[in-house]
Every structure is written in structure tokens, then in C-alpha cells.
Design a protein around this ligand. Sequence first.
Ligand code: PMV
Length: 326
Amino acid sequence: MPNSAHTATAFANPNIAFIKYWGNRDEALRLPVNGSISMNLDGLFTKTSVSFNSSNYDSLTINNSTIKGKGLERVSAILDLVRAKAGMQAKAQVISENNFPAGAGIASSAAAFAALALAASKAAGLALSERELSILARRGSGSAARSIPAGFVEWQAGTNDEDSYAYSIAPAEHWDLADCVAVVNAAHKAVGSTEGHALAGTSLLQNARVADAPRRLEICRKAILQKDFEALANIIEQDSDMMHAVMMTSRPPLMYWQSATVEIFHRVRQWRGQGLPVAYTVDAGANVHVICLGEYKADVEKRLREVEGVSEVLVAGVGGAARTED
Ligand code: PMV
């Protein structure tokens, strides 16, 4: 058994971006071309345990499957940063589990790298600040920087490794919102976001999207702070549509939407027109995150289940910060 002083377990929620991160100014450091804002998703989490031991190699298990190759390399790169900071050489065993169904289309990398950054640094005996943890998580997956702080979170783009990190702009209790995730069956496996970020600059629309980002960030931040749902709805739909316009006009083009994705856009707009506080946003996949005021979540879930092509609906509230088990 490894010495318990070299073992730690951490939990982190995934998050849904309201103002999206798409494109890096530095691919290796994952420094984004624009800032982003998200909400953590309560009830969905990744639990990760890290044990530094006397083995000759790092090992990784996700949901009871052994992972090798690229997945393990990406985890080892984060462990290397932790080892460098702690002045240690020991290899580690990483065991990770998601409580949300695999293939449900919830990007797990944000929760995964946030939980890994926290568990690995604690297991190595480091007591990193929230900012340092956010920077470390960012190196594994950009959006993971936003799963470290609590509630509603902004990731400032920054210009270098030290100033590109996320912080909370409002705690989870600030505003009772829900994310009803309509899982749409995708015919093809989507192109992953790491490859997608590298294509963003090939779209002629990306410069316009990035130049306008400060305006969208400001409107979104204000809508959250003032709990103005109508303003939030309009800006998150515009931001999501702008990112997908960039994706569709990249070379090669990325088309994530399915017919049901577009059908949900129309219904959400119609429902909002009828007075239901709902808005859509879509990440790098076909699933639609339908954001609503918490009190309407059961109604929204029911309506989404009736849409042809929707195989599952997951409902999450606003989540807290990444935390260790103790
Ligand atoms: O963190 P990554 O590399 O998986 O990128 C996330 C990209 C989007 O989910 C599409 C947008 C975002 O800001 O989360």
C-alpha cells in the first residue's frame, strides 16, 4: 500500500461555457485567444485518486478501464508539472471515475483535469492556491481551468502561463439556474476539442469572433450579476452560434450539429417567445445544453424528452468548487 501521505482524492464538476473558449494563442500552454465564462454543473462529477508510489511508470484507470497511449501521456504531462514543482520523481497511479454516463456527451475533460490537478498536487504535498490550481488544470484541458473555482466562473485569457487562470464571479447560491442537457445521438464521433482549437484560426470568421469577445463577456458577466435571464439568453445563444459559425467555416470544416440539435434551437426560441425562461448553448458536439431558471427544470426536461432524436436528458444545477476528500 502506498504511504497515505502520498495519496489524495479530489472531486470536480464539469462546466458549461456561456461565453466559449475556441482557439489558442499558444497550443502547448493552452493560452486561449479569448476569455470565457461558465457555470459548474452540480451533481455531475469526476472523482480522482492519485497515489505516488515506487512503480517505474505512471498508470491510469478511468471507469475501471486501463488507459494507455495519448490519454495516459496527457495525464503524465500534468503529473510531470506537479513533480517538478514538488521536486520529486515518483511515478503515480491515477484512478478516476465519472458519475455521469460515458457517451452521454458531457465533456469530461474539464472535470477530469480539475480533479487531477487538485488530487496530484495534494498527494505530492503541495498546497497550491486556487489560482495555481486553475493554471495547472488549464495545462491539461483549457476548460478545466474553470472547474476549479466555484459557481459562475470567468477565465481571463491572460498573455502568459501565470496570468491565464479562472476565478469565481458569483457563488453557486447566487442564482438558481439549471442545465438540462439534451443528449442527441451523433452519427459520427465528433472531432475532439484539442484538434478543433488548432483549426479555429483557419476560419475567416474567427478574428471577428475574438475581436467582439470583450463585449460578449461584459454582457454575460452583467447578466449573471444582475440575474437578468433575458440578457443571458440572448448573449449565450449568440456566442454559441458564433463559435459554431467558426467551426463550420474552418478548413477542414467541423459540423457538430445533428437534425435534432437544430430542432431544439427552434423549440427553445419558440418556448422563450411564449414566456418560458430557456436558452440554448452547444459545445463541441451535437448535444444541446438548455439553460433555464431552476424552477422550470422539470417542465423543460419533459419538453426535451418529447423531441425526436433526444435519447436522454440530464439535469444539473449550479456546482461548487473542486474539492478534496477529507
Ligand atoms: O477544454 P477543451 O479543450 O475541451 O475546450 C472546450 C471547448 C468548448 O467546450 C467547445 C468551449 C468551452 O469554453 O468549454
